[in-house]
Design a protein around this ligand. Structure first.
Ligand code: PLP
Length: 388
């Protein structure tokens, strides 16, 4: 079936986090899409509702098989049922992994910039936060491997939290980059947890490689976490998967989950997950085509109207990282000026020091809405007030 991503669906007064402003502000910030979900997913929810009994539910054999097939056929990741654990979300799983791999006070290394909860969860859980700035070379972020190894040694780092594909920079780390990172971590006995929630949003010309594929012989120290929520725009459903391949590690994760009985998902999460992986491919392919067109349009608009913004072309996701330093001197003023022009982006500074004077733009919306948003960004940044 052909999906209509141009349809404008009003999300005000639905409890939407993204469209929380009651005025006519255009929401181009938090990472969800303004598109209706795939028809097979909506049909599945209707089928469950029609049955009418919403009792305790177990993951079905079909769900395990759907997960195994999806990750095997798309990413060459060989999984068995026993390698798959469920949890309420990628960030809850990430927090759980801090407890699996580290003790209070131990050091955890992350990149800067990074999706904010990577920082807050480390600190909330009483671990020591160590950061390694990504190096920007020709409009693209790179891991600073020398700095990573030096920080591991200096702080006796126990765990590296990787974001692949990277949010907010949009990098899909290559096999060479992952292998180089892996060999440093292995050399110093550092565990790796890889947040792969944006995996299915990898854009044409790039290949997503699950970390478990490069971690051969070191599976007792490696976990991948992913979800159907970002890929299929069902974030409100909640639910994620933890992949681990070592028996001892799987047991340890299970024990940690049982401490707070965190392992069961709700009925809708299991059902949506299965239908997404069994029948959602067609919707995803069409959504990605639409997103790629919106990305091209945005890059063209910015080059024409705001040429001093340094734009990082994403290799995955619908999030575009914008360096606005030529147009502003203060983070708060930059954000406020955009808000005054009735457009909301995510302030870069919340992703770490490297986010200074940057903004993250979400283009997963109907093109008409995006165009209006871009015009408002143009108005905001051309205003002389922002530079004072
Ligand atoms: C890298 C990354 N990890 C995790 C999440 C959130 O995952 P969850 O809602 O499953 O906790 C997001 C959401 O934007 C994200 O970008």
């Amino acid at each position: 079936m052909l999906y209509n991503f141009d349809e404008i669906i009003d999300r005000h007064h639905t409890g939407s986090l993204k469209w929380h402003h009651t005025d006519d502000t255009i929401a181009l910030w938090v990472a969800d899409m303004d598109f209706r979900a795939a028809q097979p997913i909506l049909n599945t929810i209707e089928r469950v509702l029609h049955h009418g009994v919403l009792g305790y539910t177990k993951p079905s054999a079909a769900l395990y098989q759907a997960i195994i097939n999806w990750h095997g056929s798309r990413y060459g990741l060989a999984l068995d049922k026993q390698h798959i654990l469920f949890s309420h979300g990628v960030i809850p799983s990430l927090a759980l992994m801090l407890r699996v791999f580290t003790e209070a006070g131990e050091a955890i290394l992350i990149n800067d910039p990074i999706y904010t909860p990577f920082m807050t969860k480390v600190l909330d859980n009483g671990r020591k936060l160590v950061t390694s700035a990504l190096k920007e070379v020709e409009g693209k972020y790179h891991l600073d491997l020398v700095d990573i190894e030096a920080k591991i040694i200096e702080h006796e780092v126990k765990l590296f939290l990787l974001c692949n594909p990277h949010n907010p920079g949009g990098r899909v780390w290559t096999a060479d980059e992952l292998e180089a990172l892996f060999s440093i971590c292995k050399k110093h006995d550092v565990a790796i947890v890889s947040d792969e929630i944006h995996q299915d949003l990898t854009l044409s010309g790039h290949e997503f490689i699950p970390f478990l594929r490069v971690a051969k012989g070191y599976e007792h120290k490696v976990v991948s976490i992913t979800s159907m929520t970002k890929s299929f725009n069902v974030a409100g459903i909640k639910g994620s998967m933890i992949f681990a391949k070592d028996q001892g590690l799987i047991k340890k994760i299970g024990q940690q989950q049982r401490l707070s009985d965190e392992h069961d998902l709700n009925l809708f999460a299991y059902e949506v997950m299965a239908s997404a992986y069994e029948q959602g491919g067609e919707w995803l392919a069409q959504a990605l085509t639409y997103i790629e067109a919106n990305i091209e349009l945005t890059l063209h608009f910015l080059a024409q109207h705001l040429p001093k913004i340094k734009v990082m072309r994403p290799e995955a996701s619908y999030l575009i990282w914008l360096d606005c330093s030529a147009y502003a001197q203060e983070d708060q003023r930059l954000y406020d000026q955009l808000r005054k022009a009735k457009v909301e982006l995510s302030a870069g500074i919340q992703y770490g020091n490297e986010g200074h004077l940057k903004m993250r733009l979400n283009v997963a919306c109907p093109t008409e809405v995006l165009m209006e948003g871009l015009n408002r960004i143009h108005t905001a940044l051309n205003n002389d007030d922002i530079k004072q």
